[in-house]
Design a protein around this ligand. Structure first.
Ligand code: SF4
Length: 315
């Protein structure tokens, strides 16, 4: 078998690492108020330096400020301004900053070509374990986000975090829920299957998801999800090239954003583009860059975003 595997040449901007949740497996967050937020001028310097590189997507990834905090509005404004800045400098923003209100999503839709939120797992049992101190991880809240993204016609990426205390049955139920929402709104571009991979900062003490299991999960997910939804896997979390190829053979068609650092899993460096090429080419696969929005969704974009996306498609 051979074919095309896609990836997004991306860079991640983190407005703030502070987060009011405390997920047991997190290797990203810091306590609120510990560090200043990213400034627009620092972001501008970073982005200007990237203009000479082959980077298209700016992933805006942030820890969360509590919805009722007085700092919520400045936090959202910073995210909005970062997206606008990225657009002005010719990049395509994709924001993933946790659950948002309907109005917040509506506002960010005007400066993003797509957005995302991991569903992780729908089972409520995790609320008494790894998500005990993470109110943002209430499954209904996250399902609601996916529905709102559909109502707002935002091309959307979601996914499962595998190996955080759920059962295989929970995987299929979560995938079913995604498939059902997609059948209503047709807005899910990609589903990430992310193996939980322990890092140095987390408080939860548990072994990682066994990546050898991943091809089997992908094969079943491929049967549950409609064909137009791409399955994405993070190659830095599948360390053995043979397993990575097995995942692709099983139906994973995308490797996600490849950039200098995996901010969520800082202990697992991304493979270089050359290394990925080598692995894929050895088995007859072609590695191709893609934009953070699939062509079938271009018509959902407001005119100003449509124009920027078209200029990328015409390159
Ligand atoms: S995993 Fe996300 S929501 Fe949970 S503590 Fe870390 S940054 Fe916050």
């Amino acid at each position: 078998m051979s074919g095309i595997v896609t990836y997004s040449p991306a860079y991640t901007l983190v407005p703030t690492y502070e987060c009011f949740n405390l997920c047991g497996y997190c290797n990203f967050r810091i306590d609120p108020g510990k560090e200043p937020w990213m400034t627009l001028s620092a972001a501008e310097n970073t982005l200007q330096a990237l203009q000479k590189q082959d980077i298209c997507e700016i992933l805006i990834l942030s820890g969360e400020v509590h919805p009722k905090s007085l700092r919520r509005q400045p936090w959202l404004q910073l995210i909005y301004d970062l997206c606008e800045l990225a657009l002005r400098l010719g990049f395509l923003p994709h924001t993933n900053v946790g659950p948002l209100s309907f109005q917040e999503m509506q506002q960010l839709k005007t400066v993003n070509v797509s957005m995302g939120l991991m569903l992780e797992q729908l089972t409520p049992t995790l609320l008494s374990t790894v998500h005990r101190h993470a109110p943002s991880k209430i499954p209904e809240l996250r399902l609601q986000q996916l529905a709102w993204a559909g109502e707002l016609q935002i091309p959307f990426t979601t996914g499962l975090l595998l190996g955080i205390g759920e059962t295989p049955q929970d995987w299929w139920e979560t995938l079913d829920a995604i498939a059902q929402l997609h059948s209503r709104y047709r807005h899910i571009q990609e589903v990430i299957l992310q193996p939980y991979s322990p890092g140095n900062q987390q408080t939860w003490d548990a072994p990682g998801f066994e990546p050898r299991q991943l091809p089997e999960v992908i094969a079943k997910a491929r049967k549950i999800l409609p064909a137009e939804i791409t399955i994405q896997i993070p190659p830095n979390l599948v360390p053995d090239p043979d397993w990575l190829l097995a995942c692709i053979e099983a139906g994973a068609g995308d490797l996600g954003g490849i950039g200098p650092k995996d901010e969520v899993n800082p202990d697992y460096p991304h493979l270089t583009h050359e290394h990925l090429l080598q692995i894929l080419n050895s088995a007859g696969w072609r590695l191709t860059p893609r934009l953070p929005i699939c062509p079938q969704y271009d018509q959902w974009l407001p005119q100003h975003l449509h124009t920027v996306v078209q200029s990328w498609r015409n390159r």
